[in-house]
Design a protein around this ligand. Structure first.
Ligand code: ADP
Ligand code: MG
Length: 339
């Protein structure tokens, strides 16, 4: 089989994006950030930029088949809110492309809509348009989220500087543990079951905290594919290395209970589990007061987990940190090993 005949299945998600979609490297003057950040920043003559992000959730990929449809509706909004949080932006308007199997029951369709509207209301987002099609494939929702942020305050991936400390909000690995609990044999006797499963089903990105550190932190990205994979994007965009202190990765009490009950090490899930929808950010000493003020104002905890260095650009390293792989890739190559 020649290279051109080979299927794209193992091409690597980010290589595919570069090859197929990131063809035009020139950036029009009104595009302040585009392909390669969590959301696009678009100038329109006002003091603030428009912010735009689109993310898709599909049954069987982002949720177990036949699972709670309300959770899928919630997630379609939450995953996009997470990208706007990573820019320090305020979400405002949404467009929804809904691909619905014809045999979807009215009951599940109603649950889907309930979860969707619950999330829109939770973050004050107005649904202003979209598209609805019948699909022979699985249920999928693709939501475009629009918002605002002042360009000089926006949190980009490329601003980390040597000497900055790297921080992460909340705790890591809970959503991945929740998904394993849903997939595995019944363990709902476990007191932590509901909490971990909820983290998988209904992520709550720290939007207020992201807005609070806009103009304060030097760079940020949301943890969607897994801490390591996302930190590597931030390191590459900023042209720096990141030394991670894995002993400091924040783990929740429910995660501790999961580890005790299953006999499993929580570290791989914390490093690579994905779908944490926390924020990982870099900030210098001058930002110390600002990142703490935002913490108290939004009631969001954060933990220092590493530091930014000038050497090894694009790499994330440290004791117990795998050199390659370790993150969700929709088109995993053999040596990349997507989760
Ligand atoms: P995120 O996880 O923050 O949503 P992704 O990892 O999905 O971002 O994508 C990486 C970057 O590539 C983002 O800037 C995204 O907008 C861009 N991107 C992904 N798919 C496409 C596409 N089909 N066309 C154009 N840009 C894309
Ligand atoms: Mg993102």
């Amino acid at each position: 089989m020649t290279d051109r005949e080979a299927p794209i299945g193992s091409a690597g998600e980010f290589a595919l994006i570069e090859e197929l979609f990131h063809r035009d490297r020139s950036r029009p003057a009104d595009v302040h950030a585009g392909i390669g950040d969590d959301a696009a920043l678009l100038a329109h003559g006002g003091e603030e930029d428009w912010v735009a992000a689109v993310d898709t959730v599909e049954e069987g990929v982002h949720a177990l088949p036949g699972g709670d449809a309300a959770a899928l509706g919630w997630k379609a909004v939450a995953v996009n809110v997470s990208d706007l949080a990573a820019m320090g932006a305020r979400p405002r308007h949404a467009l929804l492309a809904a691909s619905l199997p014809r045999d979807l029951s009215r009951e599940r369709a109603g649950r889907l809509a309930d979860g969707l509207h619950e999330a829109l209301a939770a973050w004050g987002i107005a649904l202003v348009g979209g598209d609805t099609v019948a699909t022979p494939g699985p249920l999928a929702l693709s939501l475009t989220l629009l918002g605002r942020v002042a360009p000089e305050r926006a949190l980009r991936r490329d601003g980390a500087r040597p000497g900055d400390t790297v921080y992460v909000t909340g705790t890591l690995g809970d959503a991945a543990a929740g998904l394993e609990l849903l997939r595995g044999p019944p363990t709902d006797w476990l007191p932590a079951y509901d909490l971990l499963v909820e983290r998988h089903l209904r992520p709550r990105p720290p939007l207020a905290y992201g807005q609070g550190i806009a103009g304060v932190a030097s760079a940020a990205i949301d943890v969607s594919d897994g801490l390591l994979a996302d930190l590597r994007h931030l390191a590459a965009a900023s042209g720096v290395g990141i030394e991670l202190d894995t002993a400091r990765l924040p783990l929740s009490a429910p995660m501790g209970e999961w580890s005790w009950a299953t006999g499993r090490d929580p570290l791989p899930l914390a490093l690579s589990g994905g779908e944490d929808f926390e924020l990982v950010f870099a900030a210098g000493e001058e930002a110390f007061e600002g990142i703490h003020r935002a913490k108290y104002e939004s009631d969001t905890r954060f933990t220092p987990i590493g530091r930014v260095v000038a050497d090894r650009p694009g790499e994330v390293f440290g004791e117990g940190v795998p050199g390659e792989g370790g993150g969700y890739d929709h088109f995993p190559g053999e040596e990349r090993g997507g989760a």
